[in-house]
Design a protein around this ligand. Structure first.
Ligand SMILES: NC(=O)c1ccc[n+]([C@@H]2O[C@H](COP(=O)([O-])OP(=O)(O)OC[C@H]3O[C@@H](n4cnc5c(N)ncnc54)[C@H](OP(=O)(O)O)[C@@H]3O)[C@@H](O)[C@H]2O)c1
Length: 356
């Protein structure tokens, strides 16, 4: 007899909980096996699909080239995303803090795809002033804007502050992309309305957002943490990316704008950001999880799928992994949390610009 039953649980409730736990365990096992085997989900793609495969049929019916801004395209998943979208005929804008690195990426892409149109502009996403400069420079080019991929990511092992005196990963991963999106949204709505082509924003988040509990998701503490844990700080920014997409998608729908915003988990890929997670525990975890690692091309697949595929035209405010809609945490689905975060962010940005 079970100890729980002995403590006075009615037998029916006990056997029901056991069945539920077994069911949950079996579902998790099924998902893991599906992931390892790369079995396709409802979209027809799965964990092993590459960015090239998922975009094979995209853009055939578009009359003029789309324009996409991809942040963090100087390495890793972002560079691969830029390459594959360029191959599909998309004009790529790479905002980069290191223009030499961006030039190398441009050369690599143009070697494979000589007709690719790639424009490099300077940005430091951890700086409000730099984002403003980038946006005015981009908007002065008079180009349309169909796709915005908020991909850049920073993991800070030690507590660092941006020039605006904000914790570095929160400033870069969340606030920087929030401001960038705000400043480019008008252009995206205008482009969608002029061309009749749906605008798409993709926030690159991570499954690690699941680690964040409600008690440690406090705006002021994220701006200026008293005690710092790099992995938690990073996870908080990834949760904020999803909440941003959820709230903005609600607002876009209310405005009847033909622009969607979704979040993605790209999968675990050994890129610069993972190399920054140094330490015995993380190294051991990555070693043990090496079977779960994706190639860069597989890592860019979900972003490219959500940015281009006709199959996701109806999706906004959703969360994708392995090129299929997936579940994010309860906290990430909390509409009130999303609205609060939005209001606090708007207030901060307003304060920053009114009293620089
Ligand atoms: N790799 C994974 O396993 C994994 C898993 C889940 C989610 N993600 C997410 O995927 C995205 C891409 O990461 P990745 O794995 O490809 O990492 P990565 O290779 O380290 O690339 C990060 C990119 O972000 C740029 N960046 C960082 N700080 C910036 C700043 N202040 N201003 C402008 N650009 C900045 C970097 O530019 P520099 O070249 O100048 O450094 C680089 O291009 C991130 O959002 C990350 O959180 C990755």
């Amino acid at each position: 007899m079970s100890p729980i039953y002995l403590r006075g649980y009615p037998q029916k409730l006990y056997s029901c909980s056991v069945r539920l736990l077994t069911w949950e365990f079996l579902m998790k096992m099924k998902a893991t096996l599906k992931y390892l085997a790369g079995i396709a989900g409802p979209s027809g793609y799965g964990s092993k699909s590459t960015a090239e495969q998922v975009t094979q049929d995209c853009l055939l019916s578009v009359p003029s080239p789309l324009t996409a801004i991809i942040t963090g395209a100087t390495s890793g998943i972002g560079a691969e995303t830029a390459k594959v979208l360029a191959k599909r005929g998309v004009r790529i804008i790479i905002p980069a803090r290191d223009l030499k690195k961006a030039t190398k990426v441009k050369e690599i892409i143009q070697k494979e795809c000589p007709n690719a149109e790639i424009i490099l502009l300077e940005i430091d996403l951890s700086s409000f002033a730099s984002i403003q400069r980038f946006c005015s420079e981009f908007l002065s080019l008079g180009m349309p804007l169909h796709i915005l991929i908020n991909n850049a990511g920073k993991y800070s092992q030690k507590l660092e502050f941006s020039e605006d005196k904000i914790e570095m990963s929160f400033a870069t991963n969340y606030l920087g992309h929030f401001l960038l999106t705000e400043m480019l949204l008008g252009k995206m709505i205008e482009t969608a309305s002029d061309t009749g082509i749906q605008g798409r924003i993709v926030n690159v988040s991570s499954v690690i957002h699941n680690w964040v509990k409600r008690d440690n998701f406090c705006f002021n503490k994220m701006l200026n943490p008293k005690s710092y844990n790099g992995t938690l700080a990073y996870a908080q920014t990834k949760l904020a990316n999803i909440l941003h997409a959820k709230e903005l998608s609600r607002q876009l729908e209310a405005r009847k704008a033909n622009v969607t915003i979704n979040s993605v988990h790209p999968g675990i890929v050994k890129t610069g950001i993972i190399r920054d997670h140094k330490g015995f525990i993380t190294d051991s975890l990555y070693f043990m999880a090496s079977k779960l690692l994706k190639s860069t091309s597989q890592g860019a697949a979900t972003t490219c799928y959500v940015a281009l595929s006709g199959k996701v035209a109806e999706a906004s405010g959703r969360y994708f992994a392995d090129c299929n809609e997936s579940h994010c945490s309860t906290l990430a689905n909390d509409e009130i949390e999303a609205r609060n975060l939005w209001n606090q962010t708007r207030a901060l940005i307003h304060k920053q610009f009114v009293q620089p």
